[in-house]
Design a protein around this ligand. Structure first.
Ligand code: PLP
Length: 810
């Protein structure tokens, strides 16, 4: 890309400020500057975007399409500047013009088109695909409302709509000429043609227009710009000449109709890993896959002079969790009904095109749909799924006698429900889990019958994160220090961070890492002061748990420990402890009662602990509201401890753990998800592992033998904390936290909070001691950074590319 200097960029900003906004710099707002800078970046990008698309059109390359209901991309200005090689120049230019870069970047509203890890993974993958020169694109939905904005009012979570498009979004381009029609409902009519084959005709369908908005995905200093295509649902406007409406009755009917169509891309479902069986959600899923598959086939025909029977040579489609698995019957439908394929030929093509990523084994998150709803909303798709199911079940009956008794656990349609994971497995050539332990649990437990049927389909791809956003952009001080120490090659080859190991015992050098961490902690302390009016001690341990609020993630274990520490300080006010700041960020699904109770509890404990003079600033509890990508970028560089304390076997991978490791935080975690792979690399001596193992947890679930009440009765520390909840010590009303109390004692603590309490306490004691030994601590921290290159999504995407997608760099 063109190399702008600070001076030319400044001049360009000033020139555009006048031409676009009619203002001089002294009258300009941060927002003016944001738009002007975005527009300059866009000009840089557009040229490369055009060129990249042109290259892909020559038809030589196999391309991957990543279908996902969620893309949690966050802000784009700084990351686009970074990838264009302009970030430092731009920051300098902004400062010279009298603006703080962070103020300009934060004018952009986070694009929160995702809930958490799954959506953020999709965003990291796009960044890596482009940065590695892979021809790979995302397809998603342009929700008008993203994930709700969280406010904390009197300790409670309050949800506000996230109308992120209120101001123009500078990164998107509407592409009306690529719009396609999607059909819902209606009747399917079957005709026998002369040659004996069947023809299908759909009548009385509800038609919706899908209009794409394209967002450029800029590769890191490599001139590749891929595309994230987000579909928007619109009414198909019939041109009836004068366009006048005949009667007001019809006018209102039309408005209703328009509203119901626009609802399809209206809002992101805010349920994290469990889903409400809402027809609208099913509509959204079909809307995404039908528009994307139509578009993919159109481009295949334009770019490749090959018959559709050879689609799999040039196209591979990754489906991110089961949400887009209707893409499988949708491709079958188009191949058979529009392109004249026989069932067998269509099936041969389809099952060589799709690959499926599983993200969870939580049973409440395994998606199923009512057969009836599916049949009504998507009659032709239902027929095809039914046929897939028939053939699949027959195959088992005749070829796998050993599985006959398990047919209802394998069938795509069983007991009146369509099972999306089963559809995805049967229709894909690859099924992958997202961390080693997760894939093993899929093979040995959750999907063992499918693994018996299709051992060759199953494979592991451990998640990753883009080190460009999560280190270079979020923590430039650390990135610069690393480059000072080991040179700049790690930026293109993150595994070279391993060269840092040589220096992890050099005390003069690790002091510099300490300084960077300290400066980052100061910045976060300022943010906390600004937003909550609370002063935190920058020399205290910043102990961070940031992630969606879920019982299995066990924020409850964390806050129970805080209550325990508080009790200890009340009993022994002169106890000498290392000051601690516990930092939380978490959204709860609006309908998840218990999760919201935990948020309330954290805030209530905070309001007591933070203002108790006996505590004397040795303990602070901070809940930062509205956790999202931009807030994560602020917190992570300042973290000393990364809390990854899920009930073992429950967290498929986790990616927050990787982000914090890469920023020098030490993991306090269970042997779960990718924590295990972090442990493989850094060992016991460089992280704090505690608690039940996955095998132990699974054994308890299967055979019983755990009695939470026994722990309550025998461990005074536990009894005291629970009684405090029950007796209203933390809360205005004494019934406030009774549900938490009951869940633990009467539902036998389903996530083993009490069981892991003591080992968790002990791990915290080790942390306290380790933190006092500065050199050891810093050595551990640098060791973690050194090994974190393995968790760059560049590595993950490279593995997908060679082992699943079989695509090559352009
Ligand atoms: C990385 C990330 C997540 C995932 O965090 P986990 O700790 O893996 O659950 C969720 N939300 C945001 C905003 C993130 O950046």
């Amino acid at each position: 890309m063109t190399q702008l200097t600070v001076d030319t960029l400044k001049q360009e900003i000033l020139r555009k400020l006048i031409s676009d906004k009619g203002r001089e710099v002294k009258e300009a707002t941060s927002k003016d500057i944001y738009y002007v800078l975005a527009s300059i970046v866009n000009e840089e990008i557009k040229q490369q975007w055009f060129q990249t698309r042109k290259n892909y059109r020559d038809g030589k390359n196999k391309e991957v399409y990543y279908l996902s209901m969620e893309f949690l991309i966050g802000r784009m200005l700084a990351s686009n500047l970074l990838n264009c090689g302009m970030l430092d120049t731009a920051k300098e230019a902004l400062r010279e013009l009298g603006f703080e870069p962070e103020d300009i970047f934060s004018e952009e509203h986070d694009a929160a088109l995702g809930n958490g890890g799954l959506g953020r993974l999709a965003a990291c993958f796009l960044d890596s695909l482009a940065s590695l020169n892979f021809p790979g694109h995302g397809y998603g939905i342009r929700y008008r409302y993203g994930l709700f904005e969280q406010r904390i009012i009197h300790g409670n979570q309050v949800e506000l709509p996230d109308y992120w498009l209120k101001n123009p979004y500078p990164w998107e381009t509407r592409n009306e000429e690529e719009a396609v029609v999607i059909q819902f409902h209606g009747d399917v009519h079957m005709f026998k043609k002369n040659d004996g084959s069947l023809e299908f005709e759909y009548r009385n369908t509800d038609k919706v227009m899908a209009v794409p908005y394209d967002i450029p995905i800029v590769g890191y200093e490599n001139d590749t710009v891929n595309t994230l295509r987000l579909w928007s649902a619109e009414v198909i406007h019939q041109n009836n000449g004068d366009g006048l409406l005949e009667a007001s009755k019809e006018y209102y009917h039309d408005l209703d109709h328009q509203h119901s169509i626009e609802q399809i891309s209206g809002f992101l479902y805010p349920d994290d890993s469990s889903y409400e069986g809402k027809e609208l959600r099913l509509k959204q899923q079909y809307f995404l896959v039908s528009s994307s598959i139509q578009n993919i086939l159109k481009h295949f025909k334009q770019n490749h002079h090959l018959p559709l029977s050879r689609l799999a040579e040039k196209v591979v489609i990754q489906i991110n969790d089961t949400h887009p698995s209707l893409a499988i019957p949708e491709l079958m439908r188009i191949l058979m009904d529009d392109e004249g394929f026989s069932w067998d030929n269509a099936w041969a093509v389809t099952t060589n095109v799709f690959a499926y990523t599983n993200h969870t084994t939580l049973s409440e998150a395994l998606e199923t749909w009512s057969e009836e709803m599916m049949q009504n909303l998507l009659p032709r798709i239902y027929m095809i799924i039914d046929e897939i199911n028939e053939r699949f079940c027959k195959g088992i009956w005749f070829d796998h006698e050993e599985l006959r008794d398990s047919i209802s656990e394998l069938a795509v349609i069983a007991h009146g429900r369509v099972h999306m994971a089963r559809l995805a497995i049967v229709g894909s050539f690859s099924v992958n889990g997202v961390a080693r332990i997760h894939t093993e649990i899929l093979k040995k437990k959750e999907m063992r019958n499918f693994y018996t049927l299709y051992p060759e389909k199953f494979n592991n791809k451990t998640n990753g994160i883009t080190h460009r956003r999560w280190l270079l952009q979020a923590n430039p001080k650390l990135a610069d220090l690393i480059t000072d120490v080991i040179g700049p090659q790690w930026v293109k080859r993150p595994k070279q961070l391993i060269s840092l190991l040589k220096y992890s015992n050099d005390s003069a050098l690790v002091d510099k890492f300490d300084q960077v961490k300290h400066e980052n902690k100061k910045v976060l302390a300022n943010y906390i002061h600004q937003h909550l009016g609370i002063t935190v001690d920058e020399r205290s341990i910043f102990d961070v748990q940031i992630k969606r609020l879920h019982e299995y993630k066990r924020q409850l274990l964390n806050i129970f420990h805080v209550i325990y520490l508080y009790n200890e300080l009340k009993d022994n006010p002169n106890q000498d402890i290392t000051p601690r700041t516990f930092i939380f960020g978490a959204k709860a699904a609006p309908s998840y009662h218990l999760a919201k109770e935990v948020i309330k509890l954290i805030n209530t404990v905070a309001s007591i602990v933070n203002y108790d003079p006996d505590v004397r600033d040795r303990l602070k509890v901070i809940f930062l509201e509205n956790y999202n990508v931009s807030l994560a970028e602020k917190i992570i560089p300042a973290a000393d401890i990364s809390e990854q304390i899920s009930t073992a076997s429950k967290e498929a991978s986790g990616t927050g753990n990787m982000k914090m490791m890469m920023n020098g935080a030490l993991t306090l975690g269970t042997m779960d998800g990718a924590n295990i792979e972090i442990h493989d690399l850094v060992g016991d001596q460089n992280m704090f592992i505690f608690g039940l193992t996955a095998d132990e947890v699974l054994h308890y679930y299967q055979h019983g033998g755990y009695h939470a009440r026994d722990l309550y009765n025998t461990d005074d520390r536990i009894k005291r904390v629970l009684d405090q909840l029950n007796q209203g010590e933390f809360g205005v009303h004494n019934i406030e936290f009774k549900d938490i109390y009951y869940n633990i004692l009467y539902h036998n603590d389903p996530y083993f909070v009490l069981k892991d309490f003591e080992p968790y306490l002990e791990a915290h004691e080790l942390i306290e001691r380790a933190y006092r030994n500065r050199n050891t601590w810093l050595n551990m921290s640098v060791t973690n950074i050194a090994y974190s290159g393995k968790f760059s999504s560049d590595q993950t995407v490279q593995e997908y590319a060679t082992e699943i997608w079989k695509i090559k760099k352009v």
